[in-house]
Design a binder for this molecule. Structure first.
Ligand code: AMP
Length: 396
């Protein structure tokens, strides 16, 4: 079956058409600047990508252009919509309502809407994508795959904040965690690669991309993760601060005359390695190049980032009373051997021994610890779209 995987943002929409039998990507692409002017980037497998300007006042036009491209007589990869058996939608926040993926019904749509409060930038956009697909592909089954669902197995001690209990009761303020599709995909693959049953292995997944989070997966279940109510908590990220002393907010608000919106903008967009590097860049390639040229803030940004990752690994090894596998994934985790090495330098106490040659490779599935290492350390490229396609097929 062919599954259309949709990841919809407020003004963008990423898509992949995946054949679920061969698990091959038939075509992929991106609609950008929806509601502003609009463009479609389309790439059938094995061919060059082509970007075309297209008027896209809403997501409905964007999805129509995607369908037109996929079914086009020349550049299309399927003959008609009939050859698309299902649509899998990435949905960011499922709150406490969704502990797994679900087939989208009217009730499910409403329940997702009720989670909008928890992810006001993401969930409404995800729902717009679902509604647009439902309009243009009536009768095609659709599935919602949540970033938060995998973490619903966390015990209460891991997801409660030290705040008044009534905020949990009234507003559901708690840790939810994100990147669940990736943490689940990578931890499953890690178990396969070390040849252990998924329910008998302790894995720490470090999803290090522009957004970054660490997850403790004990016997196939997420037991703790570094992102919280929102994706702002935890690691130092590209432009997000991660953990800080909450009292800094009042201090900076007074000094810089910032309101709540100004503070949130600073924490989300101006902080992280971007802020730490004195606005040099949020991209680790630029930071490494800068550090190599003697740029001190760039070097500090890399050190702070790696140190924070190592501290989370330590705390999750403690939470699980041990760890069998540590897996690096996402843009930085898969490609930046320098950062991986900086993190692993802190892990000697766990018996981690790095294989230097293996760690020098980029973007491939590989074990980067030595055969003698007490913990197996791996690079496992994530594939959230494939994970969404698999979930979709499993449900319908
Ligand atoms: P993601 O959010 O998973 O797409 O990761 C994006 C980030 O990965 C970029 O902002 C870079 O910091 C990082 N990245 C991508 N390619 C490389 C590379 N070759 N070396 C180091 N970092 C990279």
């Amino acid at each position: 079956m062919n599954v259309l995987v949709i990841n919809c943002g407020s003004s963008s929409l990423k898509f992949q058409l995946i054949n679920s039998d061969s698990e091959q990507v038939l075509a992929k692409g991106l609609c950008e600047r929806i509601g502003i002017d609009g463009s479609l980037t389309y790439q059938p497998a094995g061919e060059e990508k082509v970007k075309t300007d297209k008027e896209m006042p809403t997501h409905t036009e964007a999805i129509q252009f995607v369908i037109d491209a996929l079914t086009d007589a020349q550049t299309g990869v399927v003959k008609s919509l009939e050859e698309i058996g299902a649509v899998g939608h990435r949905v960011v926040h499922g709150g406490e309502k969704f502990a797994s993926s679900v087939v989208i019904t009217d009730e499910v749509y409403q329940a997702i809407e009720e989670c909008n409060d928890l992810a006001p930038l993401h969930n409404p956009a995800n729902l717009i994508g679902i509604a647009a697909c439902q309009k243009l592909m009536p009768g095609t089954p659709m599935v919602a795959v949540f970033d938060t669902a995998f973490h619903q197995t966390m015990p209460q001690k891991a997801y409660m904040y030290g705040l008044p209990y009534e905020y949990y009761e009234k507003y559901k303020v708690r840790r939810y965690g994100f990147h669940g599709t990736s943490h689940s995909f990578v931890s499953k693959r890690a178990a396969e690669l070390v040849g252990k049953p998924y329910d008998q292995v302790k894995t720490i997944v470090c999803h290090l991309g522009n957004g970054a989070s660490v997850c403790a997966v004990e016997n196939g279940k997420s037991v703790d993760t570094s992102m919280g109510l929102t994706p702002l908590e935890g690691l130092v990220m590209g432009t997000r601060s991660g953990d800080i002393d909450p009292a800094i907010l009042e201090f900076i608000a007074k000094k810089e005359n910032l309101d709540i919106a100004g503070l949130m903008n600073m924490l989300n967009k101006k902080s992280g390695v971007f802020g730490l590097s004195n606005n040099l860049s949020s991209d680790f390639r630029d930071l490494s190049a800068g550090a190599a040229e003697g740029n001190v803030p760039a070097k500090i940004a890399l050190e702070v980032f790696s140190y924070r990752v190592a501290k989370y690994i330590g705390s999750y090894a403690a939470a699980m009373n041990g760890v069998d596998v540590i897996a690096f994934t996402a843009g930085i985790g898969e490609n930046d051997g320098g950062v991986r090495e900086m993190v692993m330098q802190y892990l000697g106490y766990l018996g981690v021994e790095m294989d230097e040659k293996a760690n020098a490779t980029r973007g491939e599935e590989i074990t980067i610890s030595t055969p003698d290492s007490k913990v197996t350390v791996m690079v496992i490229p994530t594939n959230e779209e494939l994970a969404i396609a698999r979930e979709t097929v499993a449900l319908i």
